[in-house]
Design a protein around this ligand. Structure first.
Ligand code: ADP
Ligand code: BMX
Length: 285
């Protein structure tokens, strides 16, 4: 089976051809964080046509922000996608690309893919965390993705962190996202982005990355208490950056053994949200 997939994150928008659950062609463009729905759709259409998409082809779409049960799209962190208020994403996609279109949150899509055929395969109580522009997540319990009608369930970045000191673009204070995200690392490190912080050997940059890893480790222990997790996978540009996972694992060793759940890298890497965008709930069990 073949389909097309989109992964629209806070920094980059990827499009792919997915054949039998594998990415066989992939294109990427920077995400315009200020763009409204119409402009985002233009970017998607451009990428898809370069990949050979034709109206009516199967299209799975994964986006940062929450997707409510009626297919509406809204940023939770308004600083990341400031042009996305409450947009009829599903309806507009169907209008433009045909009836065989689905939408879900990017981290939820990645969680589904990792649970089914990645780092979470065989796990009964699994959490996926992306540390990228923001911090996103997905909880998969006995093969089922935890979901809510308002699309907020699994938004782990908006839980409080004991390390939090700042306001988040969601309006909440001291969120995990405000401490641990790529954006937060760059702000604390004084670098243009998180990638530059990883390339910077200054104490300030190291401290910013370590604080992010410490916040993620604390959150993983919290989630383990809540869901009885047996496994966690970490993805995203920061989550998969060299040395980051080791920092998280190292911070987790200061937790009591009961809370030290195994934490692995997302094994589908950059492709997890693209692959999960095309999965159905039934694919997983
Ligand atoms: P998106 O958030 O759009 O899904 P990414 O998963 O690539 O995109 O996450 C973007 C964040 O990850 C940015 O903060 C970026 O600086 C950071 N990043 C991307 N690649 C790397 C890398 N190789 N090393 C460190 N940080 C990275
Ligand atoms: C934020 C939130 C989530 C998203 C997560 C990871 C917005 C715009 N985004 O917590 O919906 O899943 O970031 O997204 O509210 P990414 O941009 O880091 O890939």
């Amino acid at each position: 089976t073949q389909g097309f997939a989109i992964d629209l994150g806070g920094t980059k928008t990827a499009a792919a051809v997915v054949t039998n659950g594998q990415v066989v062609a992939r294109l990427q463009a920077p995400t315009d964080g200020q763009a409204g729905l119409a402009q985002q759709l233009e970017t998607l259409a451009g990428l898809l046509s370069q990949l050979g998409f034709r109206r009516g082809d199967r299209l799975g779409t994964a986006v940062a922000g929450r997707i409510s049960a009626d297919g509406n799209w809204q940023a939770v962190n308004a600083a990341t996608l400031s042009g996305i208020g409450a947009e009829p994403l599903l309806a507009q996609l169907q209008d433009r690309f045909g009836p065989d279109v689905s939408v879900r949150n990017d981290a939820a899509a990645a969680a589904l893919a990792e649970a089914r055929k990645g780092a979470g395969a065989g796990s009964a109580h699994f959490a996926y965390l992306t540390v990228s522009t923001g911090v996103g997540g997905g909880i998969v319990l006995n093969g089922r993705l935890l979901q809510s009608a308002n699309g907020l369930a699994g938004h782990l970045g908006f839980m409080s962190s004991p390390l939090g000191t700042a306001r988040c673009g969601s309006g909440r204070w001291g969120t995990v996202e405000s401490v641990a995200s790529g954006r937060a690392i760059a702000l604390a490190a004084g670098t243009p982005d998180a990638r530059a912080a990883f390339a910077d050997t200054s104490d300030r940059a190291r401290a910013a990355i370590d604080r992010s890893a410490a916040a993620v480790a604390r959150q993983i222990a919290d989630l383990t208490a809540l869901f009885g997790l047996d496994r966690v996978a970490i993805g995203g540009g920061v989550g998969l950056a060299p040395g980051y996972l080791l920092r998280v694992q190292s911070h987790l060793t200061s937790e009591p053994e009961l809370f030290r759940v195994p934490v692995n890298p997302a094994s589908l890497g950059q492709d997890s949200a693209l692959i999960g965008a095309l999965m159905t709930e039934e694919d997983i069990s």
